[in-house]
Design a binder for this molecule. Sequence first.
Ligand SMILES: *Cc1c(COP(=O)(O)O)cnc(C)c1O
Length: 373
Amino acid sequence: MSLTLHLDTAAWRDHLSSVASRTPGLVPVAKGNGYGFGLPRLAREATRLGVATLAVGVADEVATVRDDWSGDIVVLTPWASHDPVATELLDDPGVISTVGRLDDLRTIVREHPGARVVVEVRTSMQRFGLEPAELPRVADLLRELTFEGWTIHLPMVGPTLDEARRLATSALAVATGPVWLSHLSPRDYDTLNGELGVETRLRLGTKLWLGAPQTRRVTATVLDLHPVSRGDKVGYWQHRVLTDGWVVVVSGGTANGVAMTAPSAGATLRQRAQAVILGGVDATGRALSPYTLAGRKRFFVEPPHMQSSLVFLPGAGAVAIGDEVPVETRLTTVMVDRIIDSSDRPDSSDRPDSSDRPDSSNRPDQQTPEENR
Ligand SMILES: *Cc1c(COP(=O)(O)O)cnc(C)c1O
Protein backbone atom coordinates (compact mmCIF):
# COMPACT_ATOMS: atom_id res chain seq x y z
CA MET A 1 0.00 0.00 0.00
CA SER A 2 1.41 3.39 -0.79
CA LEU A 3 -0.69 6.28 -2.03
CA THR A 4 -4.46 6.29 -1.69
CA LEU A 5 -6.89 8.58 -3.46
CA HIS A 6 -10.00 9.07 -1.36
CA LEU A 7 -12.71 10.10 -3.77
CA ASP A 8 -16.16 11.27 -2.83
CA THR A 9 -17.53 9.59 -5.92
CA ALA A 10 -21.07 10.92 -5.59
CA ALA A 11 -19.89 14.53 -5.20
CA TRP A 12 -17.38 14.13 -8.01
CA ARG A 13 -20.09 12.80 -10.31
CA ASP A 14 -22.31 15.74 -9.40
CA HIS A 15 -19.50 18.03 -10.52
CA LEU A 16 -18.95 16.07 -13.75
CA SER A 17 -22.67 16.17 -14.56
CA SER A 18 -22.90 19.88 -13.90
CA VAL A 19 -19.96 20.60 -16.22
CA ALA A 20 -21.53 18.37 -18.87
CA SER A 21 -24.93 20.05 -18.59
CA ARG A 22 -23.52 23.53 -19.06
CA THR A 23 -21.13 22.49 -21.86
CA PRO A 24 -23.00 21.45 -24.98
CA GLY A 25 -20.59 19.60 -27.24
CA LEU A 26 -18.39 18.47 -24.35
CA VAL A 27 -15.60 16.10 -25.35
CA PRO A 28 -14.02 14.61 -22.22
CA VAL A 29 -10.27 14.05 -22.58
CA ALA A 30 -8.89 10.79 -21.18
CA LYS A 31 -5.15 10.62 -21.69
CA GLY A 32 -1.86 9.87 -20.01
CA ASN A 33 -2.28 8.65 -16.45
CA GLY A 34 -6.00 9.41 -16.69
CA TYR A 35 -5.53 12.55 -14.60
CA GLY A 36 -4.75 10.25 -11.66
CA PHE A 37 -7.95 8.22 -12.06
CA GLY A 38 -6.83 5.89 -14.84
CA LEU A 39 -8.18 5.78 -18.39
CA PRO A 40 -10.76 2.99 -17.91
CA ARG A 41 -12.43 4.84 -15.06
CA LEU A 42 -12.62 8.04 -17.10
CA ALA A 43 -14.11 6.10 -19.99
CA ARG A 44 -16.81 4.73 -17.67
CA GLU A 45 -17.56 8.21 -16.34
CA ALA A 46 -17.77 9.58 -19.89
CA THR A 47 -20.27 6.82 -20.62
CA ARG A 48 -22.33 7.88 -17.61
CA LEU A 49 -22.30 11.47 -18.87
CA GLY A 50 -23.82 10.37 -22.14
CA VAL A 51 -21.47 12.37 -24.37
CA ALA A 52 -20.98 11.36 -28.00
CA THR A 53 -17.19 11.44 -28.27
CA LEU A 54 -14.25 10.68 -26.00
CA ALA A 55 -10.79 12.09 -26.72
CA VAL A 56 -7.60 10.16 -26.06
CA GLY A 57 -4.08 11.58 -26.31
CA VAL A 58 -2.31 9.01 -28.45
CA ALA A 59 -3.28 6.14 -30.72
CA ASP A 60 -2.16 3.48 -28.23
CA GLU A 61 -4.68 4.73 -25.70
CA VAL A 62 -7.62 3.78 -27.91
CA ALA A 63 -7.25 0.12 -26.92
CA THR A 64 -7.13 1.06 -23.23
CA VAL A 65 -10.56 2.74 -23.27
CA ARG A 66 -12.32 0.38 -25.66
CA ASP A 67 -13.73 -1.98 -23.04
CA ASP A 68 -15.36 0.90 -21.20
CA TRP A 69 -16.44 3.14 -24.05
CA SER A 70 -18.52 2.37 -27.11
CA GLY A 71 -18.92 5.79 -28.76
CA ASP A 72 -16.61 7.65 -31.11
CA ILE A 73 -13.00 8.22 -30.07
CA VAL A 74 -10.90 11.13 -31.31
CA VAL A 75 -7.11 10.80 -31.13
CA LEU A 76 -5.59 14.17 -30.28
CA THR A 77 -1.99 13.66 -31.35
CA PRO A 78 -1.90 14.16 -35.11
CA TRP A 79 -1.49 11.07 -37.25
CA ALA A 80 2.04 10.26 -38.39
CA SER A 81 3.15 7.70 -40.96
CA HIS A 82 5.71 6.29 -38.52
CA ASP A 83 2.98 5.18 -36.10
CA PRO A 84 1.52 1.82 -37.18
CA VAL A 85 -1.21 1.88 -34.53
CA ALA A 86 -2.40 5.30 -35.67
CA THR A 87 -2.32 4.08 -39.27
CA GLU A 88 -4.48 1.09 -38.49
CA LEU A 89 -6.99 3.37 -36.76
CA LEU A 90 -7.49 5.34 -39.99
CA ASP A 91 -9.60 2.41 -41.17
CA ASP A 92 -11.52 2.09 -37.90
CA PRO A 93 -15.04 3.46 -38.29
CA GLY A 94 -15.25 4.39 -34.58
CA VAL A 95 -12.11 6.51 -34.57
CA ILE A 96 -11.52 10.08 -35.70
CA SER A 97 -7.89 10.88 -36.44
CA THR A 98 -6.34 14.31 -36.14
CA VAL A 99 -4.24 15.52 -39.07
CA GLY A 100 -1.68 18.25 -38.53
CA ARG A 101 0.34 18.43 -41.77
CA LEU A 102 -0.61 18.99 -45.37
CA ASP A 103 1.59 16.14 -46.59
CA ASP A 104 -0.04 13.77 -44.14
CA LEU A 105 -3.44 14.77 -45.44
CA ARG A 106 -2.28 13.92 -48.97
CA THR A 107 -0.93 10.54 -47.81
CA ILE A 108 -4.19 9.70 -46.08
CA VAL A 109 -6.22 10.65 -49.15
CA ARG A 110 -4.04 8.36 -51.23
CA GLU A 111 -3.83 5.38 -48.88
CA HIS A 112 -6.95 5.60 -46.69
CA PRO A 113 -9.60 7.45 -48.67
CA GLY A 114 -12.74 8.06 -46.69
CA ALA A 115 -10.94 8.10 -43.31
CA ARG A 116 -12.61 10.15 -40.58
CA VAL A 117 -10.40 13.16 -39.84
CA VAL A 118 -10.32 16.46 -38.05
CA VAL A 119 -7.77 18.94 -39.36
CA GLU A 120 -5.75 20.85 -36.79
CA VAL A 121 -5.06 24.52 -37.33
CA ARG A 122 -1.82 25.78 -35.80
CA THR A 123 -2.29 28.28 -32.99
CA SER A 124 0.14 30.56 -31.16
CA MET A 125 1.07 27.47 -29.10
CA GLN A 126 3.13 26.29 -32.06
CA ARG A 127 2.58 22.65 -31.26
CA PHE A 128 0.75 20.90 -34.08
CA GLY A 129 -1.36 21.88 -37.03
CA LEU A 130 -1.43 23.39 -40.48
CA GLU A 131 -0.46 26.99 -40.79
CA PRO A 132 -3.43 29.20 -41.57
CA ALA A 133 -1.81 30.06 -44.95
CA GLU A 134 -1.94 26.38 -45.96
CA LEU A 135 -5.66 26.02 -45.33
CA PRO A 136 -6.90 26.88 -48.83
CA ARG A 137 -4.94 23.89 -50.14
CA VAL A 138 -6.92 21.36 -48.14
CA ALA A 139 -10.36 22.01 -49.63
CA ASP A 140 -9.99 19.46 -52.46
CA LEU A 141 -8.38 16.88 -50.21
CA LEU A 142 -11.24 17.02 -47.72
CA ARG A 143 -13.67 15.89 -50.38
CA GLU A 144 -11.88 12.53 -50.48
CA LEU A 145 -12.19 12.03 -46.71
CA THR A 146 -14.87 11.99 -44.04
CA PHE A 147 -14.29 15.50 -42.79
CA GLU A 148 -15.26 15.74 -39.11
CA GLY A 149 -14.21 19.33 -38.58
CA TRP A 150 -11.44 21.72 -37.61
CA THR A 151 -9.53 21.52 -34.37
CA ILE A 152 -7.95 24.42 -32.53
CA HIS A 153 -5.81 23.90 -29.41
CA LEU A 154 -5.33 27.18 -27.59
CA PRO A 155 -2.77 28.33 -25.02
CA MET A 156 -3.80 28.87 -21.40
CA VAL A 157 -3.21 32.60 -21.45
CA GLY A 158 -3.60 35.49 -23.84
CA PRO A 159 -6.43 36.71 -26.04
CA THR A 160 -7.63 33.21 -26.84
CA LEU A 161 -11.14 34.16 -27.88
CA ASP A 162 -9.78 36.49 -30.56
CA GLU A 163 -7.36 33.87 -31.77
CA ALA A 164 -10.00 31.14 -31.86
CA ARG A 165 -12.41 33.40 -33.71
CA ARG A 166 -9.81 34.39 -36.28
CA LEU A 167 -8.58 30.85 -36.95
CA ALA A 168 -12.04 29.30 -37.00
CA THR A 169 -13.28 31.94 -39.41
CA SER A 170 -10.43 31.34 -41.88
CA ALA A 171 -10.87 27.59 -41.62
CA LEU A 172 -14.63 27.74 -42.13
CA ALA A 173 -14.10 29.84 -45.24
CA VAL A 174 -12.27 26.84 -46.71
CA ALA A 175 -14.68 24.11 -45.63
CA THR A 176 -17.61 24.09 -43.34
CA GLY A 177 -17.74 21.61 -40.47
CA PRO A 178 -17.74 21.40 -36.69
CA VAL A 179 -15.08 23.34 -34.76
CA TRP A 180 -13.36 21.53 -31.90
CA LEU A 181 -11.78 23.75 -29.27
CA SER A 182 -9.93 23.61 -25.98
CA HIS A 183 -8.90 26.00 -23.22
CA LEU A 184 -11.64 28.54 -23.73
CA SER A 185 -13.54 29.83 -20.72
CA PRO A 186 -17.20 28.73 -20.61
CA ARG A 187 -18.19 32.28 -21.52
CA ASP A 188 -15.86 32.55 -24.49
CA TYR A 189 -16.98 29.13 -25.66
CA ASP A 190 -20.62 30.23 -25.52
CA THR A 191 -19.74 33.39 -27.41
CA LEU A 192 -18.00 31.53 -30.19
CA ASN A 193 -20.68 28.87 -30.27
CA GLY A 194 -23.20 31.61 -30.96
CA GLU A 195 -21.08 33.33 -33.61
CA LEU A 196 -19.69 30.58 -35.80
CA GLY A 197 -22.92 29.10 -37.09
CA VAL A 198 -21.53 25.54 -37.01
CA GLU A 199 -21.50 22.84 -34.37
CA THR A 200 -18.80 23.42 -31.75
CA ARG A 201 -17.11 20.96 -29.42
CA LEU A 202 -15.13 21.76 -26.28
CA ARG A 203 -12.44 19.35 -25.08
CA LEU A 204 -12.01 19.35 -21.32
CA GLY A 205 -9.55 17.39 -19.24
CA THR A 206 -8.22 19.13 -16.15
CA LYS A 207 -11.25 21.33 -15.52
CA LEU A 208 -13.56 18.37 -15.86
CA TRP A 209 -11.79 15.57 -14.01
CA LEU A 210 -9.82 17.67 -11.54
CA GLY A 211 -12.35 20.39 -10.86
CA ALA A 212 -14.07 20.25 -7.47
CA PRO A 213 -10.85 19.51 -5.53
CA GLN A 214 -12.85 19.21 -2.32
CA THR A 215 -14.15 15.86 -3.57
CA ARG A 216 -10.80 14.14 -3.17
CA ARG A 217 -7.72 13.86 -1.08
CA VAL A 218 -4.58 11.80 -1.38
CA THR A 219 -2.95 10.16 1.59
CA ALA A 220 0.17 8.17 2.35
CA THR A 221 0.73 5.83 5.27
CA VAL A 222 3.30 6.14 8.03
CA LEU A 223 5.26 2.91 7.67
CA ASP A 224 7.77 3.37 10.47
CA LEU A 225 9.47 6.01 12.57
CA HIS A 226 12.70 6.27 14.53
CA PRO A 227 13.95 8.77 17.09
CA VAL A 228 17.21 10.47 16.15
CA SER A 229 19.45 12.95 17.90
CA ARG A 230 21.14 16.03 16.58
CA GLY A 231 24.22 14.99 14.62
CA ASP A 232 23.05 11.43 13.84
CA LYS A 233 23.62 10.23 10.31
CA VAL A 234 20.58 8.93 8.42
CA GLY A 235 19.50 7.60 5.05
CA TYR A 236 21.28 6.27 1.97
CA TRP A 237 23.34 9.41 1.86
CA GLN A 238 24.08 9.60 5.59
CA HIS A 239 23.15 13.23 6.00
CA ARG A 240 23.40 14.46 9.57
CA VAL A 241 20.24 15.69 11.25
CA LEU A 242 20.49 19.14 12.74
CA THR A 243 18.04 18.76 15.60
CA ASP A 244 16.54 16.02 17.71
CA GLY A 245 13.42 14.50 16.23
CA TRP A 246 12.09 11.58 14.22
CA VAL A 247 12.89 10.04 10.90
CA VAL A 248 9.48 9.10 9.57
CA VAL A 249 9.19 6.52 6.78
CA VAL A 250 6.13 7.31 4.68
CA SER A 251 4.71 5.36 1.76
CA GLY A 252 5.10 6.67 -1.78
CA GLY A 253 8.26 7.29 -3.73
CA THR A 254 9.66 7.85 -7.17
CA ALA A 255 7.54 5.00 -8.57
CA ASN A 256 4.45 6.98 -7.59
CA GLY A 257 5.80 10.20 -9.04
CA VAL A 258 6.69 11.64 -5.65
CA ALA A 259 9.41 14.05 -6.57
CA MET A 260 11.79 16.13 -4.61
CA THR A 261 11.36 19.75 -5.46
CA ALA A 262 14.59 21.64 -5.23
CA PRO A 263 14.43 24.72 -3.02
CA SER A 264 13.16 27.36 -5.38
CA ALA A 265 15.74 29.57 -6.98
CA GLY A 266 13.80 32.51 -5.69
CA ALA A 267 14.03 31.50 -2.02
CA THR A 268 15.65 34.22 0.01
CA LEU A 269 18.57 33.53 2.28
CA ARG A 270 16.26 34.09 5.19
CA GLN A 271 13.77 31.52 3.87
CA ARG A 272 16.61 29.07 3.41
CA ALA A 273 17.93 29.74 6.89
CA GLN A 274 14.44 29.31 8.29
CA ALA A 275 14.10 26.05 6.45
CA VAL A 276 17.26 24.77 8.12
CA ILE A 277 16.10 25.88 11.55
CA LEU A 278 12.67 24.35 11.01
CA GLY A 279 14.14 20.91 10.55
CA GLY A 280 15.89 20.95 7.20
CA VAL A 281 18.48 18.27 7.35
CA ASP A 282 21.15 19.43 5.04
CA ALA A 283 21.55 23.07 4.11
CA THR A 284 22.24 22.12 0.49
CA GLY A 285 20.22 18.95 -0.03
CA ARG A 286 17.04 19.65 1.89
CA ALA A 287 13.74 20.05 0.15
CA LEU A 288 10.21 20.42 1.36
CA SER A 289 8.28 17.20 0.90
CA PRO A 290 4.63 16.95 -0.15
CA TYR A 291 3.81 15.09 3.09
CA THR A 292 2.04 16.80 5.97
CA LEU A 293 2.93 15.41 9.38
CA ALA A 294 1.60 16.84 12.62
CA GLY A 295 -0.03 19.74 10.85
CA ARG A 296 2.57 20.97 8.42
CA LYS A 297 4.64 19.99 5.43
CA ARG A 298 7.94 18.40 6.40
CA PHE A 299 11.34 18.23 4.81
CA PHE A 300 12.72 15.19 3.07
CA VAL A 301 15.70 13.64 4.78
CA GLU A 302 16.96 12.82 1.27
CA PRO A 303 15.51 12.25 -2.19
CA PRO A 304 12.51 9.88 -2.22
CA HIS A 305 13.21 6.16 -2.60
CA MET A 306 11.35 3.95 -5.06
CA GLN A 307 8.32 3.21 -2.87
CA SER A 308 8.87 5.10 0.35
CA SER A 309 10.31 8.40 1.48
CA LEU A 310 12.19 9.54 4.56
CA VAL A 311 10.81 12.69 6.11
CA PHE A 312 12.10 14.53 9.17
CA LEU A 313 9.78 15.45 11.99
CA PRO A 314 11.52 17.68 14.50
CA GLY A 315 10.71 17.60 18.19
CA ALA A 316 8.75 15.12 20.20
CA GLY A 317 6.87 13.40 17.40
CA ALA A 318 3.14 13.25 16.96
CA VAL A 319 2.50 10.52 14.42
CA ALA A 320 2.09 6.78 14.72
CA ILE A 321 2.71 3.80 12.48
CA GLY A 322 -0.32 3.27 10.28
CA ASP A 323 -1.42 6.91 10.32
CA GLU A 324 -2.83 8.18 7.05
CA VAL A 325 -1.18 11.50 6.28
CA PRO A 326 -2.07 14.05 3.60
CA VAL A 327 0.09 14.25 0.48
CA GLU A 328 -0.08 17.23 -1.83
CA THR A 329 -0.02 15.91 -5.36
CA ARG A 330 -0.54 16.89 -8.89
CA LEU A 331 -2.74 14.10 -10.00
CA THR A 332 -1.44 14.42 -13.53
CA THR A 333 2.01 13.29 -12.41
CA VAL A 334 1.19 10.87 -9.60
CA MET A 335 0.29 7.21 -9.69
CA VAL A 336 -1.94 6.29 -6.80
CA ASP A 337 -2.15 2.63 -5.83
CA ARG A 338 -5.82 2.57 -5.01
CA ILE A 339 -8.90 4.70 -5.18
CA ILE A 340 -11.32 4.47 -2.29
CA ASP A 341 -14.84 5.79 -2.40
CA SER A 342 -15.40 8.20 0.43
CA SER A 343 -18.94 9.23 -0.53
CA ASP A 344 -21.26 9.81 2.36
CA ARG A 345 -24.20 9.10 0.14
CA PRO A 346 -25.23 5.58 -0.74
CA ASP A 347 -24.86 4.87 -4.42
CA SER A 348 -26.24 1.75 -5.96
CA SER A 349 -24.22 1.91 -9.16
CA ASP A 350 -21.29 -0.36 -9.70
CA ARG A 351 -18.09 0.70 -8.11
CA PRO A 352 -15.49 -1.74 -9.26
CA ASP A 353 -12.59 0.01 -7.57
CA SER A 354 -14.16 0.88 -4.27
CA SER A 355 -13.48 -0.99 -1.09
CA ASP A 356 -14.40 -0.19 2.47
CA ARG A 357 -15.28 3.32 3.42
CA PRO A 358 -12.59 5.20 5.23
CA ASP A 359 -13.35 7.75 7.85
CA SER A 360 -13.79 10.96 5.94
CA SER A 361 -13.97 13.11 9.06
CA ASN A 362 -10.86 14.94 10.07
CA ARG A 363 -10.25 15.90 6.47
CA PRO A 364 -7.16 18.03 6.22
CA ASP A 365 -7.24 21.33 4.48
CA GLN A 366 -5.36 20.37 1.43
CA GLN A 367 -4.01 22.90 -0.95
CA THR A 368 -4.39 21.78 -4.48
CA PRO A 369 -1.67 23.05 -6.73
CA GLU A 370 -2.42 24.07 -10.24
CA GLU A 371 -2.42 20.88 -12.21
CA ASN A 372 0.06 20.13 -14.92
CA ARG A 373 -0.86 19.36 -18.46
C1 LIG B 1 -4.63 17.53 -23.27
C2 LIG B 1 -5.46 18.19 -24.30
C3 LIG B 1 -6.68 18.77 -23.94
C4 LIG B 1 -7.17 18.81 -22.53
O1 LIG B 1 -6.33 19.63 -21.78
P1 LIG B 1 -6.68 20.03 -20.29
O2 LIG B 1 -5.85 21.22 -20.04
O3 LIG B 1 -6.31 18.87 -19.43
O4 LIG B 1 -8.13 20.32 -20.24
C5 LIG B 1 -7.44 19.32 -24.95
N1 LIG B 1 -7.03 19.31 -26.23
C6 LIG B 1 -5.86 18.77 -26.60
C7 LIG B 1 -5.46 18.81 -28.04
C8 LIG B 1 -5.02 18.20 -25.65
O5 LIG B 1 -3.86 17.67 -26.02
